[in-house]
Design a protein around this ligand. Structure first.
Ligand SMILES: [Zn+2]
Length: 278
């Protein structure tokens, strides 16, 4: 009997590891329950009238970037389909009341004054799999301070004030928050996977879109959805994507049953042989 338990334990571990092997982040245990409808809420900003159109377009680019990179990796467009909708001001109450949207993206100029420059966006996650993203879109002006990191001198950007224009990094913030809405947490800052690589022009690019602490990031650097992030989402949902978000459980269960069956046969024959020897 001991053998069975040990074998099952080993098999359980291997199949679970397989399901989660590519989930490199702190777990937040949030999961979309279907191919998401992503709703971007239109708004009006009288001091920056072009903001609505620019940001709605940016939101669409961010959603389509995630979708394309996921599809490129597994080759299954319908499994990763994300339905992008723009909700007019007049329609918003009706759509929100009907819980029509899986992911809501809303835009605000800046965080509450008492929070200072603490964040450029945040995502509220609900147990039902729904989520609500808020993006603060005003551009922050930074002053640079020299700081020694690992023996190298870096110019570290320190936020100093908002200006009445759109944050040039808003697309990165949108991709980052969408990562949360799919269930990705932050990469721990001390993990070997944090930090940055360099693109073909030698400009630093974050190794993941899910790096939280931008403080040590070189000022000319940028973030994008990297293979690392794509692997993490696929690891979290399985190859069938958002269309079958619990497929990884079936994979694990099938693995346990198949290997459990083999184990049972092996044990049966071992015991029979023992009996014959007696
Ligand atoms: Zn974050």
């Amino acid at each position: 009997m001991k053998i069975i338990i040990i074998l099952f334990l080993i098999l359980l571990t291997t199949s679970t590891q397989e399901a989660f092997a590519q989930f490199y982040y702190d777990e937040i245990n949030h999961r979309l329950t279907q191919n998401p409808v992503v709703c971007t809420l239109e708004f009006s900003d009288s001091s920056l009238p072009q903001a609505n159109q620019i940001l709605v377009d940016e939101a669409k680019l961010a959603v389509k970037d995630w979708e394309k990179k996921l599809v490129d990796h597994t080759g299954n467009p319908q499994d990763w389909a994300m339905d992008f909708r723009v909700i007019t001001i007049d329609d918003q109450q009706r759509f929100l009341d009907d819980a029509f949207c899986d992911i809501i993206i809303r835009f605000e100029r800046e965080p509450p004054t008492e929070d200072g420059f603490e964040y450029v966006g945040y995502t509220d996650l609900y147990p039902s799999g729904l989520s609500d993203i808020t993006i603060f879109y005003l551009e922050i002006v930074y002053v640079y301070e020299e700081k020694l990191i690992d023996g190298e001198l870096w110019n570290i950007p320190v936020p100093s004030q908002y200006v009445n224009s759109i944050d040039p990094h808003v697309g990165e913030t949108l991709r980052h928050e969408l990562g949360h809405s799919m269930g990705l947490a932050h990469i721990p800052p001390d993990s070997k996977n944090s930090g940055w690589d360099y693109d073909s022009e030698g400009i630093p690019v974050g190794r993941s879109i899910m790096i939280e602490d931008f403080e040590e990031f070189p000022p000319e650097g940028y973030f994008e959805i990297r293979p690392y992030d794509i692997q993490a989402v696929i690891g979290w949902y399985g190859d069938d994507g958002f269309s079958d978000p619990y497929s990884f459980l079936w994979d694990s269960l099938a693995g346990i049953l198949v290997f459990g069956g083999i184990a049972a046969i092996v044990i049966y024959f071992t015991r029979r042989r023992k009996k014959e020897r007696v």
